[in-house]
Design a binder for this molecule. Structure first.
Ligand SMILES: Nc1ncnc2c1ncn2[C@@H]1O[C@H](COP(=O)(O)OP(=O)(O)OP(=O)(O)O)[C@@H](O)[C@H]1O
Length: 297
């Protein structure tokens, strides 16, 4: 019998530092199933990307990520930037705060996620390739702009609040909404306006349990784009109340599109929210790469 050897990329910082304990909890399941594991703890921001870009494909059969959406983002970017085009199957063990990709794939806890990896069944998922400042960035989960970036920035400062940090940041943002002028292009159709937010979603949820894109499927070759142009504080609070069950789609001021490509060119150079990470800026263009990552699910 050939012994499988999986790399475990673990972020000891995310999820308020619980990743090591999460890994300790599930490591025996791998050992008992005859899967050898080599743990690589990330030492700083961006290290997950470097690890995935340089991992030896001759000595590792797959990558398990122990962390949240930010760590998945880094590993996916490292993998898709590899010069040798080597592709590893990816396994996800939730140990971050939001864990929205995990939630979308039905991976509710570490033990269930480990068992899913060990079962060995994979499916292919879409990724968004975004070009910002002439460089490609790959997104698995969301591309956000406007209030979505402002919320991520506040949520980072609220990290000690744990899972509550996204909701708390969203509430603060509702109290001081900021309009931005931009050109928004959806499948080649451009509209110029003022916007509060644009969020393009590959997964149904974002933050902690906000069902922002209830029709999103991770392998349909499309990205679901939610657009909010001008809205009063009252309308914003309506949106916030409805967003947890997806009923905001019936609100007349909320637009919902399913597209293959999109882009934003804003009047100011704004930071983007890419899979929860504040990185990249406008202007950018983006397209869906259908089913380019193989994941255990
Ligand atoms: N050793 C480290 N020290 C500091 N930051 C790190 C380290 N390793 C990784 N990071 C950064 O930690 C950030 C958060 O990681 P991650 O997304 O896994 O957790 P989270 O933010 O709590 O979860 P989620 O994104 O699901 O809400 C990422 O930006 C990543 O680059």
């Amino acid at each position: 019998m050939t012994i499988k050897r999986y790399a475990v990329i673990m972020n000891p910082y995310g999820g308020n530092g619980r990743a090591s304990a999460v890994w300790e909890q599930v490591a025996p399941l791998f050992a008992n199933s005859g899967v050898e594991t080599v743990v690589y703890a990330t030492e700083n921001q961006g290290h997950g990307r470097v690890l995935a870009q340089t991992l030896d494909p001759l000595t590792h059969d797959a990558i398990c990520i122990v962390g949240g959406d930010g760590t998945v983002h880094e590993v996916a970017n490292g993998l898709l930037a590899r010069e040798d085009q080597a592709r590893f199957d990816l396994g996800f063990i939730p140990a971050g705060t939001g864990n929205t990709l995990h939630d979308h794939l039905g991976l509710r806890d570490a033990e269930q996620a480990a068992k899913t990896i060990l079962r060995g069944m994979t499916r292919a998922i879409d990724v968004v390739r975004l070009t910002t400042q002439g460089e490609p960035v790959y997104c698995v989960n969301i591309v956000g702009w406007g209030a979505i970036s402002d919320i991520a920035s506040l949520a980072e400062r609220f990290r000690p609040l744990g899972k509550l940090r996204y909701s708390a940041a969203t509430l603060c943002q509702i109290c001081r909404p900021r309009l931005r002028k931009a050109k928004l292009t959806l499948d080649g159709m451009m509209s110029q306006d003022e916007f509060l937010l644009v969020i393009a979603c590959n997964t149904k949820k974002t933050g902690t349990g906000m069902m922002i894109a209830p029709r999103a499927e991770i392998d349909d070759g499309k990205i679901d784009v939610v657009v909010l142009r001008r809205a009063s504080r009252w309308q914003m609070s309506q949106l916030f109340r409805a967003i947890f069950d997806g009923s905001h789609l019936s609100l007349p001021f909320v637009e919902y599109h399913q597209v293959r490509s999109f882009g934003i060119d804003s009047e100011t150079c704004d930071t983007l929210n890419l899979d929860g990470e504040l990185t990249g800026t406008t202007p950018f263009s983006a397209e869906v790469l259908p089913r380019v990552l193989n994941v255990f699910a």
